[in-house]
Design a protein around this ligand. Structure first.
Ligand code: FMN
Length: 197
């Protein structure tokens, strides 16, 4: 789908946004591959960081993280999160709002771990836990007890964000386009409208 298809077409713009998010899962160089996740800390202040987009299905985005990470403590206390993505090539910004859930017990975690390369798995073995103050950069280890058949798995988890609001901004010399869609009462339908850019 080209810009001409969605420039003045709200439904096409919505479809294009989701198509591009899905494309980023398979394309490491896509602008939406690394997205920004914002959470709320216990003191009410915002926290934002990059995560790799790992799956996109029916209005839901998924990423992987260390189960000891601060973002999961924040999500447990406040599951409402925001996401930001910008693709400089397409000049397209997405701002998403949704509810995050972690998937420790369902099949997603096992399937995601099975698809994770050893190079990435090593990161989940780090001790002490990510974010722990250390005396110097060498004061960490990636060793795990020999008895552990799957080192790192215990610290690995999958998080999904069920999106309920999507705001879209397309930058164009001929005139920017901006729109917002809201999910209708937790269902699969969305209602959208144009916004002044
Ligand atoms: C390009 C890039 C991709 C990243 N991808 C992830 C990711 O997929 N999952 C993750 O937990 N952290 C990822 N990180 C690290 C996070 O941005 C963050 O530093 C880390 O998760 C700790 O965040 P927290 O303390 O707020 O939980 C990535 C960082 C960069 C720069």
């Amino acid at each position: 789908m080209s810009a001409a298809d969605f420039y003045d077409d709200l439904d096409a713009a919505f479809a294009h946004a989701w198509q591009q998010l899905a494309r980023a899962v398979a394309d490491r160089r896509h602008g939406f591959r690394v997205i920004q996740l914002a959470t709320t800390a216990a003191d009410g202040t915002p926290r934002v960081r990059s995560v790799v987009l790992r799956a996109v299905t029916a209005g839901q985005l998924q990423f992987h993280t260390d189960s000891r990470s601060a973002k999961l403590t924040e999500i447990a206390a406040q599951p409402r999160v925001a996401l930001h993505a910008y693709d400089a090539r397409d000049k397209l910004q997405l701002r998403l709002l949704g509810s995050a859930s972690r998937h420790d017990q369902d099949d997603r975690r096992a399937a995601a771990w099975a698809a994770t390369q050893e190079m990435s798995r090593v990161c989940y073995r780090i001790q002490p836990a990510p974010g722990t103050p250390i005396a110097n950069p060498h004061a960490v280890t990636h060793a795990m007890p020999q008895a552990d058949p799957d080192p790192g798995y215990r610290n690995f988890t999958v998080v999904s964000v069920t999106v309920d609001r999507l705001e879209w901004l397309y930058l164009a010399a001929a005139g920017h386009r901006r729109a917002r869609w809201q999910r209708c009462a937790g269902g699969d339908d969305w209602s959208g409208h144009w916004l002044a850019p």
